[in-house]
Design a protein around this ligand. Structure first.
Ligand SMILES: C[S@@+](CC[C@H](N)C(=O)[O-])C[C@H]1O[C@@H](n2cnc3c(N)ncnc32)[C@H](O)[C@@H]1O
Length: 143
């Protein structure tokens, strides 16, 4: 509840993260850490893979990382707080069509079968009740 409330507030303060300088720094850091998104897409090698951004917040990291590939993927953002509305707004502003945003807990995803080709989750698992349980739950949702 506290996490939901705190991040719901944090991510509606767009001026705190939405500057070009901050987003550029974030993108460089993500690329250094994970390599290029194209590399992952080549490995998956299926048309329009479904990507889950688990705990997407306002889509600060997710959009910076996947931006160059957004026309090649189907995007699902799940976020426990109201930040999901900010994510949705930012997504629509980019004019990308293949994406949905859901306000829910990633520890309680309503997907019975493995659904996602890639799961991206940046800075989230340690905020959940159990990092281990959430990790296992997400793994079960991975094809
Ligand atoms: C540090 S922020 C990172 C946000 C985003 N991944 C990014 O890097 O821009 C952590 C996010 O995880 C979300 N979160 C924490 N526990 C969650 C849960 N059980 N289900 C979904 N989202 C959760 C928080 O609300 C917060 O927006």
């Amino acid at each position: 509840m506290q996490t939901q409330k705190t991040f719901g507030f944090k991510w509606t303060q767009e001026y705190t993260f939405n500057s070009l300088a901050n987003l550029k720094r974030m993108k460089a850091w993500l690329l250094e850490r994970y390599g290029s998104p194209e590399k992952w897409l080549r490995e998956i090698s299926c048309p329009k893979p479904i990507i889950l951004d688990a705990g997407c917040g306002a889509e600060m990291s997710g959009f910076e990382y996947w931006d160059s590939s957004c026309d090649q993927i189907q995007y699902v953002g799940v976020e426990i707080s109201e930040a999901v509305m900010v994510a949705k707004k930012r997504f629509m502003a980019k004019g990308i069509s293949d994406g949905i945003f859901i306000q829910d807990s990633i520890g309680d995803l309503p997907f019975i079968d493995p659904t996602f080709d890639i799961i991206f989750s940046e800075g989230v698992l340690h905020h959940t009740d159990s990092t281990k349980d959430t990790f296992i739950h997400l793994c079960n949702a991975l094809k």
